[in-house]
Design a protein around this ligand. Structure first.
Ligand SMILES: Nc1nc2c(ncn2[C@@H]2O[C@H](COP(=O)(O)OP(=O)(O)OP(=O)(O)O)[C@@H](O)[C@H]2O)c(=O)[nH]1
Ligand SMILES: [Mg+2]
Length: 194
């Protein structure tokens, strides 16, 4: 969180394994759920590879109330760009962990969650970030259910949503849950937020 004058800047990030659906989730929210008057840019800012995956980040600033700006990012999931992933993660106030629910992605999810845990231990302030989990690709056949994944991956402590980033199923609910947690935290810290 950064406070500049009477404005509070929050940072939200979609974090997870390659092709889990981070960009798709952010795109769906930006183009279908967030009202135009809240958007501080007309289009998402995206840095992509020639194959369309995230090279560095996707980014959009959103004005969630008169004095609170939420900067929304998605990091890259590709290990080739791992170095930039942790830089994009730095200073996040809220982390959407995007789990790829496909059975063949279980180990990849485990590896990136280990990386996140290490970052949360080592990076300033990150252990205080709020976390909401998206168990994504709930429309596919060969997936593990949310209950199994949360137990197996050790994510039970955090609120989770079974999502489909293509149709937006449960994404708005997850965003609202995250914003509620962050707003509550700001109030506890004595900030005047609507
Ligand atoms: N069936 C299905 N496909 C999805 C879903 N979410 C994303 N996809 C597809 O999965 C592929 C990867 O989605 P991205 O959003 O680019 O994944 P990412 O997590 O941003 O990947 P990186 O940028 O490489 O880290 C795309 O072909 C999406 O259309 C989902 O909920 N269901
Ligand atoms: Mg992406």
């Amino acid at each position: 969180m950064k406070v500049v004058g009477d404005r509070i800047y929050l940072k939200l990030i979609f974090f997870g394994t390659a092709l889990a659906g981070k960009t798709t989730a952010l795109e769906w929210l930006f183009y279908h759920a967030i009202p135009d008057e809240m958007k501080l840019v007309k289009e998402l800012r995206q840095v992509k590879t020639s194959f369309g995956q995230t090279l560095l980040f996707d980014f959009a600033p959103i004005e969630i109330s008169q004095n609170v700006i939420t900067r929304m990012f998605s990091a890259t999931g590709q290990d080739y760009y791992k170095g930039t992933r942790t830089k994009v993660l730095a200073d996040s106030d809220g982390i959407f962990i995007v789990v790829d629910s496909q059975k063949n992605q279980l180990e990849n999810n485990r590896l990136i969650l280990q990386e996140l845990e290490k970052c949360r231990r080592e990076m300033d302030g990150l252990s205080e970030a709020e976390i909401v989990v998206l168990y994504n690709k709930n429309d596919l056949e060969e997936i593990y259910p949310m209950d199994f994944l949360s137990g197996d991956l050790g994510l039970q402590a955090w609120e989770g949503f079974s999502t489909c980033a293509l149709t937006g199923d449960n994404l708005e609910e997850a965003l609202i849950a995250m914003l509620r947690k962050l707003t509550e935290k700001l109030r506890v810290q004595g900030f005047d937020v609507e």
